[in-house]
Design a protein around this ligand. Structure first.
Ligand SMILES: C[S@@+](CC[C@H](N)C(=O)[O-])C[C@H]1O[C@@H](n2cnc3c(N)ncnc32)[C@H](O)[C@@H]1O
Length: 252
């Protein structure tokens, strides 16, 4: 997908709070072999690397645009590489992912695959947005189902693959994981107006639509802006953002 690092960075402050909460779940130990899946522009991978003494941290992403930005943060003990998170190989003491696994389908298969690549005593710690039933996301799907967008998108509509939180707990239990933690948290953002919601989702949820919709991109964005204004006429706009966290350890 054509990720735009500049657009993505517009809501940096709002996006770093969940990372802070994710980092609190990480057991800080020295000399870990770590991978950050969907590392994006690498600032948060750098914070991860800085908090893990003498560790070897790899930021993995499949977007050349994001990796280009990330490369400036490379240093001894921190490198960045192109790769698909769903095809992770190698053995890791910590697999971390912040706001990226929602871009890979079939979490019932993905989570066991990642878990299989943990060393003994290894930890997986993940944060994923789970606000796909928020009105803003419903509007995207409704507009995508309307003509002329429906034809331009060939009927394609994106449904987030994120599972109910109890499913993650169940997957880890069945994998024999230990110290399983799963929870949801609402981040209470207050944005200037409905246009700010569109700005936010232009850097994330709309990216795969923009990629597919060709020259109807601006018309699609305008229609979403108009629908968002109808749904959120007030200023400022309260934007409760639900996120799912999970962490688990492999004992053997
Ligand atoms: C919302 S950004 C999160 C970036 C970073 N982790 C952060 O929290 O700022 C999602 C990232 O996942 C990456 N991504 C999406 N699908 C991926 C895949 N299959 N393999 C690797 N990276 C992927 C995107 O390129 C993007 O950089």
């Amino acid at each position: 997908m054509p990720w735009n690092p500049t657009q993505y960075h517009k809501f940096n402050a709002e996006r770093s709070a969940p990372f802070d909460d994710l980092l609190k779940l990480v057991e800080i130990r020295p000399h870990l072999k770590v991978v950050d899946l969907g590392c994006g522009t690498g600032e948060l991978t750098l914070r991860l690397a800085d908090s893990l003494p003498n560790s070897d941290v790899l930021g993995l992403d499949n977007s050349p645009q994001m990796l280009e930005r990330a490369s400036v943060h490379a240093r001894s003990g921190l490198r960045f590489q192109s790769g698909d998170q769903s095809l992770l190989s190698g053995d890791w003491d910590l697999i971390l992912s912040n706001a990226a696994l929602q871009w890979t389908e079939n979490h019932n298969a993905l989570i066991p695959h990642l878990f299989a690549h943990l060393n003994a005593n290894g930890q997986i710690a993940v944060q994923i947005p789970s606000n796909h039933e928020h009105t803003s996301h419903r509007i995207i799907r409704e507009v995508a189902a309307r003509e002329p967008f429906r034809t331009a998108l060939d009927g394609w509509i994106r449904y987030a693959p994120v599972l109910p939180i109890e499913s993650y707990a169940e997957i880890f239990y069945r994998l024999g994981a230990e110290k399983i933690i799963v929870f949801e948290k609402i981040y209470t953002h207050v944005l200037a107006d409905s246009a700010a919601i569109v700005e936010w989702i232009s850097g994330t949820a709309l990216v795969p639509y923009f990629e597919r919709i060709g020259n109807l991109r601006e018309e699609f964005a305008q229609t979403i802006r108009a629908e968002m204004k109808k749904a959120f006429p007030e200023t400022p706009v309260f934007y409760p953002f639900k996120r799912t966290f999970f962490s688990a350890f492999k004992t053997q």
